[in-house]
Design a protein around this ligand. Structure first.
Ligand code: FSO
Ligand code: SF4
Length: 545
């Protein structure tokens, strides 16, 4: 049977092979085709911008913004709105048409240096060359997609940094160069493998830039107890990763009688000093993204999705879903606003006032805020615990959560870890074990949450610092092991960043990416010791040996 679509970019892809009829995430064939068109068009634009840069021609900030936004829109669970995606393609095609008149682009075209994707400037949304399967060689396809997904993750992080006024021409330049390179038929598997590792290098820099943007703007995360119960006032729930959106929402809701709660990946916002002054910043509601259908229903008030992960909403609460930024869903209201612009959330505030307060899901508190600055402040205590043997191992369990039953493994794994092991986490993976009450070791909690998935950067900083303090030559000599859960493309850039930093023997689950061909998987296994997971018991035995 002929495929209606093809997408294998996330962990939940159908049959661990590819979504061919419709996406497990809810993305239908039409949306999938539009996303393929948008990616293909954007790769062509990236080649043009790369040529302009090389020739010293100016590249406008808004063009970089467009590339980042287009990539972010195609990340799993970010945008299901065909109209919006269509508009992005048409806008990108228009820009390419305009740029095709530039001298250096005309020269490249006349010398046949311009790819088909760059030459495609018609006001259309589809092209025969688009789509993952357009490349027939499975190793080349695998490496091209691995790079593309890593760059998508980078784009997401850089979009958040740009929202706070932090941009890097070098990083935008690299992303565009990489997107142009995956169009280049002259690049063989070796060249693409090299580019994959280079993507990891820039991934570290992208996460470092976002870390700087977040901490210089909102202060360094600190140990914080976050309420997980509810109050009795109407409220807005905010999800996704964009701290600037949260800040604007907190400012605009102050004094209105409407509370603000975080959901899923927005939980770590509570750890930043700048947000603690808002008395109506009530706590965290619910769990990881995939439980949103029940939790949004029970919340009763409006929900603001600032990024992925959005699950197609039920009709019963769809009118309470608002999106902004790269997120979108047909029929849900979208709050506009570019980086640097003030967004207007008054509609949500009015809406909240007509709604009941949230239903209680649970009571109590969870503790987090262990990003690099806070952990380094505790360094003496930690080093001492390592030297005395009170802490035998750190287990990095960062990454994403998802709906597969197989992810219960991570709860079992956390529960079964011996009492002298400490979990380092970031991303929504933490919801599999952050309410288990795993206790502490001499006052150091056994689950140290650094923040969102991008804050995996913090975990790398902590590892490098420990290496220095303990006088070791190699990060792999540290008492740190890696058992990472992945779901979408931001996890891909986190993984490539860790590989670039020289981390070996990462366990990746619950399944290895479908987009790794056997040949590429073999390279990752042989060169980096990447492995899948087995059972909690077996893996604890082998990782803690
Ligand atoms: Fe999770 Fe979704 Fe943060 Fe991802 S909410 S899965 S890797 O978007 O970005 O960890
Ligand atoms: Fe399938 Fe994942 Fe692609 Fe959605 S994002 S269509 S679930 S592979």
């Amino acid at each position: 049977m002929e495929n209606k679509m093809f997408c294998y970019q996330c962990q939940e892809t159908a049959g661990c092979k590819g979504c061919t009829v419709s996406g497990v995430c809810g993305k239908g064939p039409e949306t999938a085709a539009l996303q393929d068109g948008l990616i293909y068009s954007t790769k062509g634009l990236a080649q043009m911008l790369t040529i302009l840069r090389k020739n010293g021609a100016p590249v406008r900030e808004e063009w970089n913004d467009l590339v980042r936004e287009n990539l972010f829109i195609t990340i799993t669970n970010a945008n299901f709105d065909d109209e919006r995606i269509r508009r992005q393609i048409i806008k990108t095609q228009e820009l390419k048409r305009e740029l095709s008149q530039e001298k250096s682009i005309r020269e490249a075209a006349s010398e046949s240096r311009l790819s088909e994707a760059a030459r495609w400037t018609a006001a259309e949304t589809s092209h025969p060359g688009m789509g993952v399967l357009a490349e027939e060689n499975e190793d080349i396809r695998s490496l091209r997609e691995l790079i593309t997904y890593g760059v998508k993750g980078m784009a997401a992080y850089l979009k958040h940094a740009a929202a706070l006024g932090y941009r890097s021409g070098e990083l935008d330049g690299f992303m565009q160069k990489a997107l142009a390179a995956v169009l280049d038929d002259r690049l063989d598997a070796d060249a693409l493998t090299h580019l994959t590792l280079e993507t990891g290098k820039y991934g570290v820099e992208a996460m470092a830039l976002l870390d700087r943007a977040n901490t210089e703007t909102y202060g360094n995360p600190e140990i914080t107890k976050v309420e997980i119960g509810v109050r009795n006032r109407p409220a807005i729930l905010v999800s996704g990763h964009d701290l600037r959106d949260l800040e604007m929402l907190l400012e605009q809701t102050e004094g209105t009688g409407v509370d603000v709660y975080t959901h899923s990946e927005m939980l770590p916002a509570h750890y930043y000093p700048a947000f603690k002054k808002y008395e109506h910043f009530a706590g965290n509601y619910g769990n990881a993204w995939w439980r949103q259908r029940e939790e949004f229903e029970a919340f009763h008030g409006p929900v603001l999705l600032t990024t992925n992960c959005l699950v197609p909403p039920r009709d019963s609460y769809k009118d309470r879903i608002y999106t902004t930024g790269a997120a979108g869903y047909p029929g849900c209201r979208h709050i506009p606003g570019e980086a640097g612009e003030e967004k207007d959330f008054s509609e949500l505030i009015r809406h909240a006032k007509e709604c009941d307060p949230p239903a209680e899901l649970e009571r109590g508190e969870i503790t987090g805020g262990f990003a690099h600055h806070q952990v380094l402040a505790l360094a003496d205590k930690i080093v001492e615990a390592v030297k005395s043997g009170a802490i035998r191992k750190f287990v990095v369990m960062a990454g994403c959560d998802g709906r597969n039953r197989s992810r219960e493994y991570y709860t079992e794994f956390a529960k079964a870890l011996p009492g002298d092991a400490v979990i380092l986490t970031a991303g929504c993976a933490k919801y599999r074990y952050n309410k288990l009450d795993l206790g502490d070791i001499g006052g150091i909690p056994r689950v140290l949450d650094a923040g969102q998935c991008n804050d995996s950067y913090s975990l790398a900083v902590i590892a490098l610092k420990l290496k220095e303090v303990l006088g070791l030559d190699d990060v792999n000599d540290l008492p740190i092991v890696y058992n990472i859960a992945w779901y979408e493309q931001k996890a891909v850039i986190v993984l490539l960043a860790l590989l670039y930093l020289g981390v070996k023997n990462i366990h990746l689950g619950p399944t290895l990416p479908a987009f790794l061909s056997p040949g590429v998987a073999k390279v990752l296994t042989e060169q980096f010791g990447i492995a899948g997971i087995t059972t909690a018991e077996e893996d604890i035995k082998s990782l803690l040996a």
